[in-house]
Design a protein around this ligand. Structure first.
Ligand code: GLA
Length: 381
């Protein structure tokens, strides 16, 4: 029983104040203007911060992951991905920093493929080949963003419709990329969905460059890498797979136990010469057609940061930032020098449309494409 009107009023006020608190999401997506494209379209930056302080930002230009702040072993936060401070940086970018790659991630040989008895021609933008979706891939498109946050996670969905014939690909393709940051765990989940009105090929991925030290002027050669793969797809001089699945046993491509990226990168090896370092697709052991499987784990000894990558995809392109040469001026004016970032691009194998023995990248009209990748962060002593 309440003893006085004064106390009952106080109790009611307290309940009124507490109620919205309990129902309000603890964190939410913050939004700001990032800039205007050359064509005058407004681009926004979406910042997702969870209850643990992990923070990531995404822009709707290229559906790109623009920053990812995670703690080191002492709890000190740092941004661990390369990128730009301005939209102009992303518009001029040639390195695909953080971007969503499509319609076909990685290379298609001689920029052509056969599908349902027809030959399709794509733009060449990598010698004679088509790389990362052509001259204007999904990384150079404006996406539509929607906040789909739930009580347990911040969720940003980005959509784009690629017209029939865009960059030479058949079929009008609707695409969705969803970035999910759980409120209580340090991981970023990336989910892809697509559907087409004509048979086509699809291979979507994210092209983030990581440097877990958080110091982007430092090379990534000390990072210890583990890949859950006992085979990789060797390439020719144009980085096109020969079609073979080659054992990594006894070669610089064996990352079945954690090994410094730089330990063997300069060894005399034809494959390393072709890639100017690592720029190859590994065949993931756990691939089962569906379900997330561990693909990679990276540990940076100074900061103690650990990145685990899980995916539903059959392959992963490990690229050691060999083409970075200091010309790209990134966040805070940092010149991104040779091998100051690495990529782990979960994907179907490069040039699959021309290799019937590789898992198929064909998406049939009326069917839907789904793919998921998780970037999970922790620390270690
Ligand atoms: C991918 C390719 C590399 C290079 C980078 C971007 O990782 O495999 O060869 O094109 O993208 O520079």
């Amino acid at each position: 029983m309440l003893r006085s009107p004064c106390i009952s009023l106080a109790v009611i006020l307290l309940l009124l104040c507490a109620y919205p608190q309990a129902n309000r999401p603890a964190s939410k997506i913050r939004l700001s203007t990032f800039g205007k494209t050359k064509e005058g379209q407004e681009i926004r930056r979406y910042v997702l911060t969870n209850n643990r302080g992990m923070e990531t930002s995404v822009i709707n230009y290229g559906a790109a992951l623009a920053s990812l702040r995670v703690p080191d072993r002492d709890g000190k936060m740092a941004d661990v991905v390369l990128g730009y401070d301005t939209l102009e940086g992303y518009e001029q970018d040639k390195s695909y920093f953080g971007a969503t790659i499509g319609r076909y991630g990685n290379r298609i040989a001689r920029a052509q493929f056969m599908l349902d008895g027809s030959l399709f021609h794509l733009p060449t933008n990598d010698g004679p080949n088509c790389l990362h979706g052509g001259t204007r891939g999904f990384n150079k498109r404006v996406w539509t963003a929607a906040d789909r946050s739930r009580s347990d996670a911040l969720v940003l969905e980005l959509s784009y419709t690629s017209q029939d014939g865009e960059e030479g690909f058949p079929g009008r393709l609707q695409v969705k990329v969803t970035y999910t940051l759980p409120l209580e765990s340090d991981e970023l989940q990336v989910e892809y969905w697509a559907a087409t009105d004509k048979d086509t090929v699809v291979n979507l991925t994210n092209h983030s460059y990581f440097n877990l030290s958080g110091v982007m002027s430092r090379e990534i050669l000390d990072h210890r890498l583990l890949l859950h793969a006992s085979k990789f797809t060797p390439v020719d001089g144009h980085l096109i797979p020969t079609g073979e699945l080659l054992s990594v046993q006894g070669s610089p491509f064996d990352f079945r136990s954690p090994t410094a990226i730089g330990a063997r990168i300069d060894q005399e090896n034809e494959q390393l010469k072709f890639g100017r370092g690592y720029d190859h697709n590994w065949v993931l052991e756990g691939f089962a057609g569906s379900g997330l499987q561990p693909a990679a784990e990276v540990f940076e000894p100074d900061s103690g940061r650990v990145l685990e990558v899980l995916t539903t995809e059959p392959g992963i392109q490990f690229y050691s930032g060999n083409f970075l040469d200091g010309t790209a001026r990134g966040k805070g004016g940092t010149a991104y020098a040779h091998r100051t970032g690495f990529c782990l691009e979960t994907q179907h194998f490069p040039d699959s449309p021309n290799h019937p023995n590789f898992p198929s990248t064909v998406l049939k009209a009326g069917q839907s494409y789904r793919s998921s990748t998780v970037f999970r962060f922790s620390t270690r002593r």
